[in-house]
Each structure stands twice: as C-alpha cells, then as structure tokens.
Design a protein around this ligand. Structure first.
Ligand code: ZN
Length: 458
C-alpha cells in the first residue's frame, strides 16, 4: 500500500473500536486503520509514541462575532483556537451583527468564514419571528440548522414568543431541518431578575435571577411544540439535569430531540467559579456543584448527545461596565481551546467514560445529527482525515495569554486550570492544521459544509 502519511504507534479510537496500530492517510482521506503496517510505503511517517487518535471534534455552538464586534473574536482567531483544541469542524452561531436572517446576511457571513476559517465550518441560520419567510431560502443556501431565542437576546436578534416558535418550527419542518433554541423562559427571567436586581451581583444572585425552572419551562414548551409540529429539535447549551429527564420522556413520546451541553456546565459551577465574577457570567447560568455532578450522569448514559462550547470571549469593558453595575455585563466566556482536553480528563480519566463514548460525545453524534456523517465524525477508511492526536498524560496549565483566540483577557474561570492531557496535533482533511503549539495552515483552509442528508433531499 502506498500512502501519503502514516501515523504509527497510536491508539486509534476508530468506529470499530480501539485499534493499537497505525493510521494511513492518502490525500484528504483516511486510507486505512491498521494493526500492522508492514506493507505500507508512506511518504511521511510520524511516531505517535502511543498517544491517542480521536476523531476531530465538532463544535455545535461557537460564537465568532463575525460580522459584528470582531474585537472580541473572529473566524481567523477563533478557528485557530478551535484547531489548537482538537476541533476540525464548527457550526457557527447566527446571532452576529447582522444576524444570518436572509440571503444577503448569509452572504456576508459566508464570505467572512470562507476567507478566514482554518477549519471546516457550517453556518446556523436565524429563526426569528421577523424572518420566518426567509428560512426556506436560508436552507437552500446551506444553513445547517436554525436558531431561536425564547427570551430577549439583545438588540440584534429578535426573540421568539411561543407562537413564533411554533410557526418557525413549521417552516423548518417543511424541509425536515433542525430547529435549535436557547431555552430560558423570558417571563420568569424578567420577573425573577427584578427581585434580585438591587442586590449585589455574584454568580449566586445571577443564578437565582435566572433559576433552573426558567430553563426547564422553556425546554418543556419547546418539546411540546416539537411534538405538535413534528419538527426536529435541538436544545442548546442545557445546564440542568432536570432538562435531561424531560428530554428522556419526550423521546419516549416520539419527539425527535437532541441536546447539547457546554464544557462549563460539566467543569465549572457557581461555587467553584465565584472568584471570576462576571467573567464567569454565562447564560443559562452556572448552576450548583450538585447539578453539575448530576449533568455527568446524563453525559455518561448518553441522554446528552454532544458538546457545544458556547465559546464567546469578551473584553474587560464588556465584563466590567464603566458605571460599576455588574448586572449589565455581557454574558459569555471562551472555552474552545481547553474544552476537549479538560473534558477528556474529567470524562475519561476521572469518570472512566469509555473512549468510544467520549468520541461520540465530541464528534460522532453531532456529525450524525447535522447530516455531516459519514464523511465527518469518525475514523474509518474512506472518510475525511479529520482527527486529533491527544496525549492523555501531558499536564499543562491553561492561560488565555497563550491562546490563539483574539481576546487574551486572563480573568476567565479556566485561567490557571491544570489540565492532565493535551492536544498535540489536529489534522483536517489529511493536513496538519495545528502541531505542537503551531498553526500550520493559512486562513481559508476550512471549507463550507452543508448537511449531506438535506442536500440529497432526504
Ligand atoms: Zn450561545
């Protein structure tokens, strides 16, 4: 066998199980997963020294703020950071400025991402009450799924009341697409926030202002509307174990729903991240340690399908408003470069999650749901050679100062966190995009992805 690249002496987390051996890559695709490589003639050989090879991670939920406030993050920096953290595909969120709401705004986003993204990218479209008639066109253009907010999302994005949620689901159902939502009940959040607004802001009062039942109520309604409309539903960034219980019941009742959680709901909680103050202000909020621990049960039993980082870096003025009113701070935090290794440590090393389940959590499940499978999301002959080499025993200390991300602010909750394992290299379509601390490809190496399933009209 002649091949371009042979990575020897690796533990390969392939779709058929863990293989101790070699990965052969020809051009952009995986040529073979081999236990023995005696007959392979490779142009380049790398010894992985027993390290792991996992499928390239897929982030279902980053915010790169482009077009818009790119001083916080953009495709160039955001996807470099993503590659350094083992991601090979991102599904960029549509609530930019302007949001991806029609053909013109899709074009702006598409151009920015095509010119700058280092890794493969898909684009979410918006599902706002003001653009329901444009959803079908956005689908034709290739939007991978459609995002709504069930509560006030600021001036650039129109939130959806219950009726608009149903109407938009009907529009998405027309082509059997996916409707995703930020799930928090706006009425509960507004009124509960009013009760705490005069108290000092901290992670506890923030969480009480946006209590778990605000999220649970919105998830409950969305599941009901998905049942009524038959639309495929994606619950974004779920932070509460109670939501997982509801989703289990809904699945038994025939609702086609998947759910993402974020690294911060598994790695941080309102007690542990208190020192970071508004730099750990995220919505839905960080919950209690007890809820965080329970979230792991649903990750391990597979109720939670995948990980979206909700990566959203902010600057110091964004987080510390000039007038000192912390309730006005922007919610969101960066995590795209620490998510995979930190989750690997917690899931695989500390909680004994099997490697194939971890691989499904960070890659395969999202690829399947969003129609990127079988080319993405797995290690098998004939598929895109998207993978990471991960050293399970290479401790390091995270600092934003060394991140490829645009905002280098070092006050976020992960700052100084010791992580037991490290992403040593990330390969996308057969080429290294990141190796040993360096970015290896030019901006624009990433390609636009659309759902294979929907493309074929299935
Ligand atoms: Zn988000």
């Amino acid at each position: 066998m002649n091949t371009d690249l042979l990575i020897k002496n690796a533990q390969i987390v392939s779709e058929d199980g863990i293989v101790e051996g070699s990965l052969a890559v020809t051009g952009e695709t995986i040529a073979a997963v081999l236990r023995k490589d005696d007959n392979v003639n490779a142009k380049k050989v790398i010894d992985a020294g027993g390290m792991l090879i996992l499928p390239g991670a897929i982030d279902t939920h980053p915010h790169f703020f482009e077009p818009g406030p790119t001083y916080r993050e953009d495709f160039l920096h955001g996807t470099r950071a993503a590659a350094s953290g083992g991601f090979t595909t991102i599904l960029d969120m549509p609530n930019t400025a302007p949001p991806v709401r029609d053909e013109e705004t899709f074009g702006i986003k598409y151009k920015a991402a095509s010119e700058n993204s280092l890794i493969d990218f898909a684009l979410w479209g918006s599902a706002m009450p003001t653009n329901i008639s444009k959803i079908n066109r956005l689908h034709e253009l290739g939007c991978i799924a459609f995002k709504a907010f069930t509560l006030d999302a600021g001036p650039d994005f129109d939130f959806s009341g219950d009726f608009a949620q149903i109407e938009a689901m009907r529009a998405v159902k027309e082509f059997n697409g996916i409707y995703g939502a930020h799930a928090e009940n706006g009425d509960i959040v507004k009124n509960s926030t009013a009760l705490y607004r005069d108290k000092p802001w901290n992670l506890d009062t923030h969480e009480k202002a946006r209590p778990y039942y605000a999220e649970l109520s919105a998830i409950n309604s969305l599941l009901l509307y998905a049942k009524i409309t038959g639309c495929r539903l994606h619950i974004c960034h779920m932070s509460i174990p109670e939501g997982a219980e509801l989703i289990k019941i809904a699945r038994e009742n025939g609702v086609d729903v998947t759910v993402e959680t974020c690294p911060h709901y598994l790695l941080l909680n309102k007690e542990s991240a208190g020192k970071a103050g508004t730099f750990a202000m995220i919505n839905p909020p960080l919950r209690s340690k007890e809820r965080m621990e329970k979230m792991w049960d649903y990750v391990k039993d597979g109720t939670i399908d995948y990980i979206g980082t909700d990566h959203a870096p902010y600057t110091v003025p964004d987080k510390l408003p000039e007038d000192g009113d912390l309730w006005k701070a922007n919610a969101g935090a960066p995590s795209i470069d620490i998510a995979v290794p930190a989750l690997f440590e917690e899931a695989v090393i500390n909680r004994k999650m099997p490697l194939n389940k971890f691989s499904a959590l960070i890659s395969t499940n999202a690829a399947k749901r969003f129609g990127l499978y079988p080319k993405k999301g797995r290690i098998a002959p004939g598929v895109d050679a998207d993978f990471m080499i991960l050293d399970a025993d290479d401790p390091w200390v995270y600092t934003r100062a060394e991140s490829f991300s645009k905002t280098k602010v070092t006050r976020f909750a992960y700052e100084g966190r010791r992580v037991a394992c490290k992403v040593r290299a990330t390969y996308l379509r057969g080429q290294a995009v990141f190796t040993d601390g360096k970015i290896m490809q030019e901006p624009g190496y990433g390609r636009f992805l659309r759902s294979e399933k929907l493309k074929n009209g299935l």
